[in-house]
Design a protein. Sequence first.
Length: 446
Amino acid sequence: MTKRITAIFIIFLLALPIAAADGTNAPRLITIRDGIKKVLEDSHLVKISEANKEISAQEVSMARSPLLPQVNASFSETFLNHQPTAKFGILNVPTADRNFFSLGADVYQTIFDFGKSYYGYKASKALLDSSVTDIGRIKNIAVLEFIITYFDCLDSEKMVAVNQSEIDSISSYLKDVQTMYDEGAAVKNDLLSAEVRLSDAQQRLITARNLKDNVAAKLCNILVIPMEESIAVSEFDMAPPEIPALDHSYRTAEEQRPEIKIVDDQIRATSLFEKSNRAKNYPELFADGGYSMTQNRYMVHDDALAFTLGVKVNAFDGGLAKAEADRERFRRAQLEEERKKLVDDVKLEVKDSFNNLNDAAEKVKVTKEAVAQAEENVRLYREKYADGSATSTEVLDSITMQKNAQTNYYRADYELKRSYARLMYSMGINMAMIYEKMENTRNGAE
């Protein structure tokens, strides 16, 4: 009895590594929600844009510094080879110690500079706003790229299944033809044509599997996971989308697209930089105060407090300030033209996405019924062939028609989903938020 228990225990221990190995080979399931979350957290593009925001934040701090007091402090110890001495007739009188220390502090504050520092600070703030908006733009691009590739993965999986189904249909038909040929009820030509069609279908399956692997590798790259890792994507059933009116889509895009907001922030920044640069040749009112002390037992007072109120002006800089201001003025005019072109380009993008979405929606309606019709068509032709009232070519053509009907339907279905995502992006809608809502709605319905 003890030996039997020991043997069972050993078998159990040996089975553990095998079970663990089987678990590691299971593909990693990716859902829309999990994928979007991972893209927003780990995408290299998002991290780069967030770093740009931190750089802009430091530039704001740099631009703010002239508005704050500039405080300097010092401490020093001096060692001389001769003691400082003055001559008074025939007398040599020491004026300071040979070795002494000094300390001091100074506070400088610009009181008024005609807005040079203030406008520079506000311009940097506008560029910081632009960097923050750019993060939203990059996140939307990253999520769109993930969603498009996600549906490409599902599409490629369906194409593998469709091609496999075609091979199964031809193989089943080939088996029937072989049986009929052996019985003398079919000719050699029918057998050969079926074998050729089977070989052609097998080649298409190889191509479809290769495409599926490539798309899966791209999805791994987007999600920042090892491309060797096996993944599987969860099917995303989406109700027929409500297509917004084209005019509404245009207005929403012009209000929401981050690219337009970024250009608006840049225009505001150039206007402020121009004002700041023009003020560089204006007088600057400042205050300067400080305390200094030098160890000297020969002086009545070895420390002093000082306060200065003054005006300074850069009387001539060779035209530098004017040139810098004019550069910003021309830059602003350039950005205003870029904004007009950007609005036109965005409208074109909306129009294109809108038309593609409508086109895909119509194709889904047309192709959905064709799938069932094509399946019934194959069944009828195989029955007719068995009765001798249909040719081998007609049966094989019906199988090809079935494959084409399934391909057209799945392609239209996933193109509908991709086109909807592109339209939402072109309108400037938050992609993560809208798909989060769709996921919640779908889970609630289930």
